[in-house]
Design a protein around this ligand. Structure first.
Ligand code: ADP
Ligand code: MG
Length: 607
């Protein structure tokens, strides 16, 4: 009889656990800050070197540990936070698994120094790759200092997956920001290679948010305060003028714990439907408080996911809390807001009004959203017919050139210009004919394709036309986004942006690709940074380039219903002819559709 199975040595099980809990320096820092907060710290300071790859150090003024506890804390499944089965149903601390310290210590050169307020000296323990090297007494103020050097030095496979120091530092900044929002009563500081990333004094939520999401952004946040049964939902949410390209600025917390939960996210987005287009997200800091027994946090080792006992109830409570605020449109000048508080609570009416407000703020970037003014004011364009919000979609690349009828004749040889225009359907489709075909063109997809192709050409022949903004615009970003912006500064310049770091997590944009400079270039740069973040900084910019160009093209055209006059239609057909045309827009949607005479005859049973 052979024995195939054996119980793994503890050092190996710790390494396996580390695989789940310790993904990168930022996840180590999350665990260490959680421990500091659980220990009642009022001050937490984080220092990293080389993005945390070389060294992480977290210092707190919490209750510290005795020598015995300090030694125990490094054993697997050793915790002071739960004791018996039933405690698992009622978790009030951030930690409870007793896994973080031994896991981290098993994949780094680790040291823990700690002192309880009442004891004369502290204890310092050094561990290397999970093996205790040294235990000694040390002098230190009460609290705990944990230092983690050369993370993954004994796990080469993991080491390979780490990104550049800048990228890792960006993630660290984001994690610290998330935790700092959850505890405005705690002072946080964070330095990277000796440079201060964050310095957050003890404060209230509103001020803390202003420091984390940016002062300008925070002016578009409105308080949420709602309670139903034993569920309380409080915090701040953005109005239609504050929009992000990803979920990064959605800070959601259950009982004080930052979570990334699908149910919660869905509830938030449901409340915002009709306010933002698809792919747009609000900024929120939402605190959901409910009895510990109502929520299971023991779902995943990172504790980012939760399970609700009564999921629909929580979902609807969150949605209602946000809708209640949005329905009051607190961003409107106060007389209007006062009227709207009267009756309108939920439903279509307020959504329409929010949509209108959002639309207005997008269409009038110069006044509402961003205060952008442009240096070349274009008076040359023909006046827009009534009902047309903008006709820039048809003057792609050359918004300042008035329409020249001759150019039509010069070029009127190709397929699209040869079509006889019947008219426009639904202000969205151009309907044309040849002798034997009915041709329907999606005007939005076509404009986008034309813009994309032109950008691609410009890109290949050197650079994309850029236009200076008369008043440079500041953009408040997350740490990761700033890292991406700085890393790809030169590349972003090659596609028409000019940007400079402006201190903290703010950048200043002074120029944008010409075809979008009159639209909302700030929203575009957010989209592009989100794209680059998704690709990861190690990926070459060129990998993301096509995506980015199609984003610019998409931003350059007017979406949805858009009345065109005959001349504008002709010009679009001409531009389509000059475009190296694949029969689809950059997103792969078709641009035109042909119905042949034979097909029609079949429909009408004429054959
Ligand atoms: P958990 O937090 O799930 O209990 P950890 O491995 O993170 O597991 O920590 C183990 C134990 O070490 C904690 O339960 C706590 O008692 C102690 N501990 C860890 N960090 C600190 C700290 N910064 N201050 C005081 N005690 C700490
Ligand atoms: Mg812990």
């Amino acid at each position: 009889m052979s024995q195939r199975i054996s119980i793994l040595p503890e050092n190996l099980t710790n390494k396996i656990a580390a695989g789940e809990v310790v993904e990168r320096p930022a996840s180590v820092i999350k665990e260490l800050i959680e421990n500091s907060l659980d220990a009642g710290a009022t001050e937490v300071s984080i220092e990293i070197t080389a993005g945390g790859r070389r060294k992480i150090c977290v210092t707190d003024n919490g209750h510290g540990m005795s020598r015995e506890d300090a030694l125990l804390s490094l054993e697997r499944h050793a915790t002071s936070k739960i004791r018996v089965d039933s405690d698992l149903e009622n978790i009030l601390t951030l930690g409870f698994r007793g896994e973080a310290l031994p896991s981290i210590a098993s994949v780094s050169r680790f040291s823990l120094a700690t002192r309880e307020a009442g004891s004369l000296e502290g204890t310092e323990i050094s561990i290397e790759g999970g093996r205790v090297r040294d235990v000694r007494a040390c002098g230190m103020p009460p609290g705990t200092v944990i230092s983690v050097e050369q993370i993954f030095f004994n796990l080469p496979a993991r080491l390979k997956f780490m990104k550049s120091a800048e990228t890792e530092a960006g993630h660290v900044g984001d994690v610290v920001a998330r935790m700092a929002v959850s505890r405005p009563d705690v002072t946080f500081s964070c330095t990277s290679d000796g440079r201060e990333l964050l310095r957050l004094q003890q404060s209230d939520l509103q001020r803390r948010l202003a420091q984390v999401v940016g002062r300008e952004s925070s002016q578009h946040l409105y308080p949420v305060m709602s309670g139903t049964g034993d569920t309380a939902i409080t915090g701040f949410i953005s109005g239609p003028a504050l929009v992000r390209s990803g979920t990064q600025s959605m800070y959601t917390y259950i009982n004080g714990r930052f979570i990334r939960d699908k149910v919660v996210q869905h509830a938030v987005m449901q409340a915002y439907r009709g306010v933002f287009d698809r792919g747009r997200y609000p900024v929120v800091a939402l605190f959901i408080e409910l009895p510990a027994g109502e929520v299971d946090v023991n779902v995943h080792p990172t504790k980012h996911e939760v399970r609700f006992r009564r999921q629909p109830v929580v979902h609807d409570a969150i949605q209602a809390a946000i809708e209640e605020v949005l329905s009051r449109s607190p961003w409107l000048p106060s007389p209007v807001a006062a009227i709207s508080t009267s009756k309108e609570t939920t439903g279509q009416a307020y959504r329409e009004r929010i949509a209108a407000a959002a639309q207005a703020s997008l269409e009038m970037p110069s006044q509402r959203v961003s205060g952008i003014q442009y240096s070349s004011n274009n008076g040359a364009l023909p006046a827009a017919p009534v009902g047309i919000t903008s006709q820039k979609s048809l003057t792609i690349g050359e918004p300042d050139t008035p329409f020249r009828p001759e150019s039509l004749q010069e070029q009127a040889m190709g397929y699209f210009p040869s079509l006889a225009v019947i008219g426009q359907f639904h202000s969205e489709y151009i309907v044309c004919q040849t002798d034997s075909e009915l041709v329907i063109i999606d005007q939005h997809a076509a404009s986008e394709r034309v813009a994309y192709q032109r950008l691609k050409q410009q890109c290949q022949s050197g650079s994309i036309e850029s236009q200076r903004l008369l008043f440079p615009e500041t953009v408040e970003l997350s740490f990761s986004e700033v890292t991406v912006a700085v890393t790809f500064k030169a590349e972003l310049e090659s596609i028409g942006f000019e940007l400079e770091p402006f201190g903290g997590t703010t950048i200043m944009v002074s120029a944008a690709p010409r075809i979008v400079a009159r639209k909302n270039p700030i929203l575009l740069i957010r989209d592009i940074l989100a794209d680059l973040l998704r690709f990861g900084t190690s990926a070459a910019f060129t990998e993301a380039l096509d995506n980015i160009l199609s984003r610019i093209a998409c931003h350059s055209v007017v979406r949805g219903v858009h009345l065109l006059d005959n001349r504008q239609i002709k010009e679009l057909l001409l531009q389509m002819d000059q475009t190296d045309f694949a029969a689809s827009c950059p997103h792969g949607r078709p641009v035109s559709h042909v119905v042949t005479l034979a097909e029609l005859q079949k429909i009408f049973k004429r054959t």
